[in-house]
Design a protein around this ligand. Structure first.
Ligand SMILES: NC(=O)c1ccc[n+]([C@@H]2O[C@H](COP(=O)([O-])OP(=O)(O)OC[C@H]3O[C@@H](n4cnc5c(N)ncnc54)[C@H](O)[C@@H]3O)[C@@H](O)[C@H]2O)c1
Length: 417
């Protein structure tokens, strides 16, 4: 295994690759293929336990203490059930059954919330992340963590060992500007990394991949707003091209290899654990500057709009995507779902709401508009809404929670002013 793929933590005890939360309070979980489960009862693993492929090891994160993976050979409840009794037709893992889920990018902003959501429904969760922008403290308690590059050949070992039911793919190079400066770097992660993942999934019988695309970039400069999934897809950055090419690769893997998938095209996601450098980093930046009493910089006149969606609503969309019934055939747009709110909010309005929820005020300076930046971007989310998902947080409520998270305990006092 390469250096990047090596897992930290204490030495292996030779057990299976099972997340410590697997046998937790929600009951013992096992995979349809009869892989071993956490039978030791070390249920309440830490946020960020570390387990190495082929062996149990332990680790810690700032959110938890250490935990140990169970030893191999433990009997697995339901192990003898035939696989077809545990899954549905077109690649949907059975909704009520716990699943073995890999979340790539689970140390990142959105991926960590998605991992939380899967753990909360009783799934066993593994996380692969190289920590290039993700943080160890984001890792959820009860998930097995592998510090690994997506493109590492050792990824296949993990897939062989666990035989995932579901792969939720959030790991990515996410910065449009980096993709413009270094398109090769972008493609190494977003194309080659994805292919390494999909090859491992195909070879080990993964049932479904939930792939994260971007509604903010794949449509380019859309004429129709809110933009539906069927709008022309003409990305204007290497990042947009790599995200869209991921959808094309997934279409190929489904058509030719039967690997089922759903693509989620996010608008601008914001919320706790957000990094200021992400696509909706403006929220985190404004919060930080408000707290520091610093001026807010706005590029252009501040009337450009974006569709801001709260991260916990996005996590719910991912859980929904894992269970959606899908048509047997169809092109890219039949398996793609916009995730947003359908409402555009200007940067000026965003700053107004943040001032209101924080109880803080600061000055604003207007700078030259950023080259190549879209004027307006809003997604039509009616397709996913028709399948039972809706954003549950208003922008005001989401921003209030985000501000409180960034500010910590001090926020409540500030908000009360
Ligand atoms: N934030 C948004 O508004 C937004 C909008 C549209 C799409 N997306 C997509 O959502 C996903 C998550 O984005 P985020 O905002 O949470 O960003 P993030 O940077 O917090 O998360 C990305 C994670 O992937 C990991 N990663 C990067 N390269 C990797 C590699 N080669 N191998 C393994 N791990 C790697 C990072 O360490 C990080 O933890 C990305 O696919 C992004 O393109 C985000």
């Amino acid at each position: 295994m390469s250096e990047r793929g090596r897992i930290d933590g204490r030495p292996s005890r030779g057990g299976p690759t099972v997340p410590p939360g697997a046998n937790g309070p929600r009951g013992a979980t096992n995979g349809p293929r009869g892989a071993t489960n956490g039978a030791s009862g070390s249920a309440n693993g830490p946020r960020g336990s570390v387990i190495r492929p082929g062996g149990a090891s332990t680790g810690t994160s700032s959110r938890g203490t250490s935990a140990t993976a169970p030893s191999s050979g433990a009997p697995v409840p339901g192990e003898d059930l035939p696989r077809e009794d545990q899954t549905l037709g077109t690649g949907e893992p059975r909704t009520s059954a716990p699943r073995k889920v890999l979340v790539t990018g689970g140390a990142g902003f959105i991926g960590s919330h998605v991992a939380d959501g899967h753990l909360a429904r009783g799934d066993q969760v593994w996380i692969v992340d190289d920590l290039s922008s993700g943080k160890r403290e984001n890792l959820p308690e009860g998930a097995a963590f592998h510090e690994m590059d997506l493109a590492d050949p050792a990824l296949l070992d993990l897939f062989r060992e666990v035989e995932f039911d579901l792969v939720n793919h959030h790991a990515a190079q996410i910065d449009v500007r980096i993709s413009v400066e270094d398109p090769l770097k972008d493609a190494r992660v977003n194309v080659l990394g994805l292919l390494n993942l999909l090859e491992a999934a195909r070879r080990t019988g993964t049932r479904r991949v939930v792939y994260v695309s971007s509604g903010g970039v794949v449509y380019g400069e859309p004429e129709e707003r809110p933009t539906p999934e069927t709008a022309p897809k003409l990305p204007l950055s290497p990042y947009g091209v790599s995200k869209l090419s991921g959808e094309h690769y997934l279409h190929y893997y489904r058509e030719v290899h039967g690997l089922e998938y759903v693509a989620l095209r996010y608008s601008n996601v914001y919320g706790p654990r957000q990094d200021p450098h992400g696509e909706a980093g403006v929220v985190a930046i404004f919060c930080q500057r408000l707290l520091a009493g610093q001026e807010i910089h706005i590029f252009g006149d501040g009337e450009q709009t974006r569709d801001y969606v709260y991260v916990e609503d996005v996590a719910q969309a991912n859980l929904r995507a894992a269970e959606l019934e899908l048509p047997r055939g169809g092109g890219l747009d039949q398996r793609a779902f916009n995730v947003g709110t359908g409402t555009g909010t200007s940067v000026n309005r965003l700053a107004d709401i943040l001032e209101a929820v924080s109880g803080l005020r600061t000055t604003r300076s207007f700078r030259a508009p950023r080259k190549g930046e879209l004027r307006h971007s809003t997604l039509d989310v009616s397709r996913l809404a028709a399948r039972g998902w809706a954003p549950g947080h208003s922008l005001k409520e989401g921003l209030r929670r985000t501000f409180q998270h960034i500010a910590g305990p001090a926020a409540s006092k500030a908000g009360a002013r």
